[in-house]
Write a protein that binds this ligand. Structure first.
Ligand code: RAM
Length: 361
C-alpha cells in the first residue's frame, strides 16, 4: 500500500512536469469543451484537453469484461459501476460467457447502437475487437481498455493494473526462489489470445534467460481458457506429462484457483509449487492448508474505479488520451497518462499466510 501511494506521488510529479512543458504547447491550457469532444481517435490528435472541465452528469458507461462469469472481472466492473454513481453517471456490465477471441464483437455493436458515452473493455484479443471499437470512436464513443489491452489504435486509453514487465518478471523471480532455481516449470495461462497474459508470458520468458535461471526449464505453456474445468484438466495433464514438474505459474485468477484445487487434492500437494495471480478470497483456503505459499494481485476494485474515472474524464473532455495529461480519479487521487495512452494503477501485492486475512476481495 505504501509503495502504491509513493508510486502515485511519483506519477503526479511526472504529470506536473509534463503538464508544465505541455502548457507551452497548449495541451494543459483551457480549451472549449467542444473542441475536446471532437477527438474521436487516439492520443496525439488535434483535440485539446480541458483539465478544468467538470465531469459531465448523466454519462452512460458500459463495462465489457473478458467474460461475465469470471469472479475477478465482476469485482472490477462492479467497482467501476459504483464509481460512476459517485459522479452522477450510470454504468452497466454486459458481456459474453466465454473469453474467445471474437466473443465481444456483437456486444460492442449493440453498445454503439445504444449510444453509450464510453465503452470499457478487457479485450479477449488485441485485434478481433478492433474494427467495431474504431467504429465506436468514430461515433465519439470513448474507448478505454482495462486489464487486457487492444492494439493501441483501437482505444484511447489502457488502464493497466501494474507494469506488465514487473508482473511477468516478478512471478518468475518468486517461483525461482521457491524452487531453489532448479527444475522443470510450466505456465497455466488463460486463452491463447489474451493480450495481458501473453505480454506477461513474454516477460517471464525473457526473465528466464538470465544466468540465474539456467537450471530452470520452462517445459510447457498450457491454456485453460479462463474456464474453471478446463484449467483443472490442464493442470492434471501437465502433471501427467511431467511428473517431475517443480513449479507452475498461473497468471490468471481462474487458472490458479483451479490448479490449486487440483493440487490440493493430489499427492503433489506441498511438492509442486504453485504461484501466479489470484484473488485472496478464492485462494485463502489453499494458502491456509499449505497448497500454495504465495501469489500476487493488485486491488481489482481500484482497477475498476480508476477505469471508470478515466472514461468519464475522457468523455468530459478533461483529457484526450495524450501522454502527460492528468486527471483526478476520485479517492485514488491524481493519475497521469503515460506513453501510448497507458495509465498504471500501482504495484501488485504479494499475499501469503501472514497477510491474506487483511484482504477481502
Ligand atoms: C483472470 C483474467 C484477467 C487477469 C486476471 C489476473 O481473471 O484472465 O484478465 O487480469 O486473471
Amino acid at each position: 500500500m505504501i509503495i502504491r501511494t509513493a508510486a502515485r506521488r511519483r506519477a503526479a510529479a511526472t504529470a506536473a512536469t509534463a503538464c508544465a512543458l505541455a502548457v507551452a504547447l497548449t495541451a494543459c491550457s483551457g480549451t472549449t469543451k467542444d473542441s475536446a469532444e471532437k477527438d474521436t481517435t487516439n492520443a496525439g490528435t488535434a483535440a485539446k484537453a480541458d483539465p478544468n472541465a467538470p465531469l459531465k452528469k448523466g454519462l452512460k458507461l458500459a463495462f465489457l469484461p473478458k467474460q461475465i462469469n469470471n469472479p475477478y472481472e465482476k469485482i472490477v466492473d462492479e467497482a467501476g459501476i459504483a464509481a460512476a454513481e459517485e459522479y452522477g453517471a450510470t454504468g452497466k456490465e454486459v458481456g459474453p460467457s466465454d473469453a474467445s477471441a471474437s466473443s465481444q464483437v456483437s456486444y460492442i455493436n449493440t453498445l454503439i447502437q445504444q449510444r453509450q458515452d464510453a465503452i470499457l473493455i478487457a479485450a479477449n484479443d488485441p485485434n478481433a475487437v478492433c474494427g467495431p471499437l474504431k467504429q465506436a470512436m468514430k461515433k465519439d464513443i470513448k474507448v478505454v481498455a482495462y486489464d487486457s489491452d487492444t492494439a493501441k489504435d483501437c482505444r484511447q486509453l489502457f488502464i493497466n493494473q501494474a507494469s506488465s514487465e514487473e508482473i511477468g518478471r516478478s512471478l518468475v523471480q518468486h517461483l525461482g526462489e521457491q524452487i531453489g532455481y532448479q527444475g522443470k516449470i510450466a505456465i497455466l495461462s488463460a486463452t491463447q489470445n489474451a493480450t495481458n497474459q501473453n505480454t506477461w508470458i513474454e516477460f517471464m520468458k525473457d526473465e528466464l534467460k538470465l544466468p540465474k535461471y539456467k537450471n530452470m526449464q520452462l517445459v510447457k505453456v498450457a491454456y485453460g481458457d479462463d474456464a474453471d474445468q478446463k484449467s483443472f484438466q490442464q493442470t492434471q495433464g501437465l502433471l501427467q506429462a511431467y511428473p517431475d514438474l517443480k513449479g507452475i505459474i498461473s497468471p490468471t485468477t481462474v487458472g490458479i484457483a483451479a490448479a490449486a484445487r487440483y493440487l490440493g487434492d493430489s499427492s503433489y500437494k506441498g511438492k509442486v509449487v504453485l504461484n501466479g495471480l489470484g484473488t485472496p478470497n478464492q485462494m485463502r483456503k489453499y494458502v491456509k492448508d499449505g497448497t500454495v505459499e504465495q501469489f500476487s494481485l493488485w486491488n481489482p476494485e481500484e482497477l475498476g474505479y480508476l477505469g471508470s474515472y478515466a472514461a468519464a474524464a475522457l468523455a468530459s473532455g478533461q483529457i484526450t488520451g495524450a501522454e502527460g495529461e492528468k486527471f483526478k480519479a476520485g479517492k485514488l487521487g491524481e493519475y497521469t497518462i503515460g506513453k501510448d495512452g497507458e495509465i498504471i494503477l500501482g504495484e501488485p501485492t504479494v499475499f501469503n499466510k501472514q497477510n491474506i486475512d487483511k484482504f477481502d476481495f
